[in-house]
Design a protein around this ligand. Structure first.
Ligand code: PLP
Length: 353
């Protein structure tokens, strides 16, 4: 039985949330399923309103000029939606991985993009620092956590222009001053809910400044005006995201989960550093608390190690093809006990080798 889910997604959620979600599929409103009631009915409108409010509350952004939206098309659609809504002449992008690279490619369709810095030549094993952000750009875009390479921005630059951040793989995992961002987006499918919805948090006053015509589905203002219900919303994904946010709030919010996430990260990285059979992929100061990437020093041990972690009930440890080796994704719902199991397997390998 697979008990310890280290998969990079989609998606890793608390069992209690899965339980409530499955009940809602059978009976959400007087015998009707969540997915068969009207999305305009009060029970679902309440879900949407609650989900939007919880997102702002957890991030400490209520009453500060931000709106929360639950859109479709994944974070990949945000790559172009950000550009369509904010890019007039030129924007600055920090290139820290595959997803930033894709965001840059999409934005380039609409206007000029300047890469303020990139770690591409080192296969993205670090986060560049010490770059300038010109006041002349329309906005600055960065990716807070690089899911594939296992790096995470620990600090954000002081940006003289609106700062846009892709937080798909570390949203709700750590405390930050979220007011430093003007637009945050995150595909639900790591820390929040099933694939199918993308959370967008946008400061309203940065909108409406570009001269191009924006198709309605791509226009943040249209979605805000319709309470995130411009078209049929992905009801199941929004509902499960709401349940997960409620779970997090009941747990003590981001502060509480951050402490757990730090314990998990300390445990795995200390094993990677102390065990001579393993080598961390990313540079130490930029290591991600969500996705720990590492390789075996001796590839001949691969078969034995793979058999051992599978035997221990671990799932989803294989690394992404662009890095190889292993990736232990430790999203909010993964317990410290699961990390202990993995670390035990790693140390057992050392005693066997
Ligand atoms: N950005 C980051 C940081 C990601 O990790 C991912 C997917 O894993 C994406 C963007 C793409 O998200 P989607 O598949 O929702 O388009």
């Amino acid at each position: 039985m697979k008990k310890h889910n280290f998969s990079a997604g989609p998606c890793v959620l608390p069992k209690s949330v899965m339980q409530k979600a499955s009940e809602a599929l059978l009976d959400f409103d007087q015998g009707l399923s969540l997915i068969e009631i009207s999305h305009r009915s009060k029970p679902f409108v309440d879900v949407m309103e609650n989900a939007r409010a919880l997102a702002l509350e957890l991030l400490g952004l209520e009453g500060k000029g931000y709106k929360a939206l639950f859109l479709q098309g994944g974070a990949s659609t945000q790559f172009l939606m950000v550009a369509l809504n904010l890019l007039e002449k030129r924007a600055g992008y920090l290139n820290t991985g595959t997803w930033s690279d894709k965001a840059i490619k999409e934005a380039k369709i609409y206007d000029d993009i300047y890469e303020v810095a990139s770690s591409k030549s080192a296969n993205f094993n670090y986060i560049p620092k010490g770059y300038d952000i010109s006041e002349d750009y329309d906005y600055f875009h960065c990716t807070s956590n690089n899911t594939i390479f296992g790096t995470q921005m620990k600090r954000f630059p002081e940006s003289p222009i609106p700062m846009v951040c892709d937080m798909s793989s570390d949203i709700f995992s750590r405390q930050l001053d979220f007011t430093q961002f003007d637009l945050i987006y995150a595909g639900a499918q790591k820390n929040m809910g099933p694939a199918g919805t993308t959370l967008v948090i946008v400061k309203e006053d940065i909108l409406g400044k570009v001269s191009r015509k924006i198709p309605s589905m791509m226009d943040y203002k249209v979605h805000i005006g319709k309470g995130s219900m411009f078209n049929t919303p992905p009801v199941f994904a929004v509902y499960v995201s709401m349940l997960t946010m409620q779970w997090l709030k009941d747990l003590g919010g981001i502060k509480a989960i951050e402490e757990e996430n730090e314990k998990k990260a300390r445990l795995i990285y200390s094993e990677i550093d102390l065990n001579p059979l393993f080598k961390g992929y990313s540079v130490k100061e930029d290591r991600s608390n969500m996705n720990a990437t590492f390789t075996l020093e001796n590839e001949n041990l691969k078969e034995t190690f793979d058999a051992m972690w599978k035997e221990a009930g671990i799932n989803g440890l294989n690394g992404h093809r662009s890095v190889g080796g292993y990736r232990a994704s430790m999203y909010n719902a993964l317990s410290l006990d699961s990390v202990k199991v993995l670390v035990e397997v790693m140390s057992d390998l050392e005693s066997k080798a």
